[in-house]
Design a protein around this ligand. Sequence first.
Ligand SMILES: [Zn+2]
Length: 84
Amino acid sequence: MNIEKKGTRCIDGLGRVVIPRDVRRTLGFESGVPVEFFVDNQTNSLIIRKYNSTCALCGSCKELIEFEGKQICKHCVGKISNLG
Ligand SMILES: [Zn+2]
């Protein structure tokens, strides 16, 4: 993991924090984009990642199943099952 400091901000009274503009542009964190949170308890760190709500293989957004941290649609799961 390659971690780089990108700024310092204060959390407001409602728990909100402004993500620096250059970080939002670089990562495509536009208004309305869903994100997911991961906590590393060993380092007391929070990672925010764009929530990928489409199939990692075909791009479909229907009937997704999480597998090994990725979203895969039922159609692709069926195709993979037929390989074995
Ligand atoms: Zn798929």
